[in-house]
Design a protein around this ligand. Sequence first.
Ligand code: KG4
Ligand code: ZN
Length: 356
Amino acid sequence: MRVLAIETSCDETGVALVEGERTPSGFRFNVLGSALLSQAALHAQYGGVFPTLAKREHEKNLPLILSQALQNAGIRSESASLQHTNIDCVAVTHGPGLEPALWTGITFAQKLAEESHLPLMGVNHMEGHLLSSLVVDGNLEEVEFPVLGLLISGGHTEFVLMRDWFVYEIIGTTLDDAVGEAFDKVARLLELPYPGGPQISKLADGARSKKQSSDVALPRPMLGAQSCDMSFSGLKTAALYALRGKTLSDDEKAAFAREFEDAVGDVFISKTRKALLQTDAHTFVIGGGVAANRYLRERLTHMVHDEFPTVSVRLPELSITGDNAIMIGQAALARALTYGLPTENAPLKAVGNLSL
Ligand code: KG4
Ligand code: ZN
């Protein structure tokens, strides 16, 4: 089965053509072609994603990204139609995300599906992050359930327990900001460009290798709480107060970035330990943009290996941690290969706060 997938939930415009089949223990995928365009540099001047600009850019770039993805797959499409291309379905992210941005993808996908007489599937962006993070060498196979997923992105921070394919329970979530948002805001306080996560991570790694630590101690919010819920707004505010009116040297900035990343790491270690103790998870996986963070990946992997030796750890390939359409194609295929393709095209709606 072949799916053409479209992702426009935030500031990445992505299109991917993905092929998939059911196997005895899961699914096997093959990416036939994909194209991705990041708008991050355009949003940098606003210090975050500006929804109207995101919408305009998606609208402008979708036709271009579609033809690039098809070209990568070796498909020549003179018209906007996908007929005679062996594509079985058009899939598009319908939430969660920024609604104006989501609508551009939905409208584009709907038109494409209609003109090509193909079924249209709405995909949950977080299911895309979660399932694609479990994929190893194109295979979503031999997954030992239950799976505990820690989804960490610019909009989400949550523990998802997956007892079987497509059966989800949120067992912990941030009560305020998402962790990616906190990374981006603290980066802004340190006058680092958007998106700040990778910048903070680079500085923090440098401080660690030079053994430089900050004289500021940031809080580790909600460590004492029994639940797996988290909070990052207090950490952000503490960073704001600690930095107010100060001019930091490059070394001091790096040491501060390290202290912030250490605080986030301590929270995730403690909450992941709680989540694993509370559940009978056999697999632990992390997903979402922040899952690219080298330090968090290493700390979490070591803790699980040391303290939960029977739990297997899956880490997403770095190429798919950020938003992309390949993950949307994989999630669509997993569903379509399990439940079949949609038989009629009910109109899709953008749902900004769609949950798993
Ligand atoms: O999943 P994603 O691409 O978009 C959303 O769905 O939100 O996540 C974007 C977030 C941004 O906040 C970005 O700063 C963060 O992921 N991020 C990182 C790293 N790479 C991206 N945060 C920490 N360390 C990184 N290496
Ligand atoms: Zn995302």
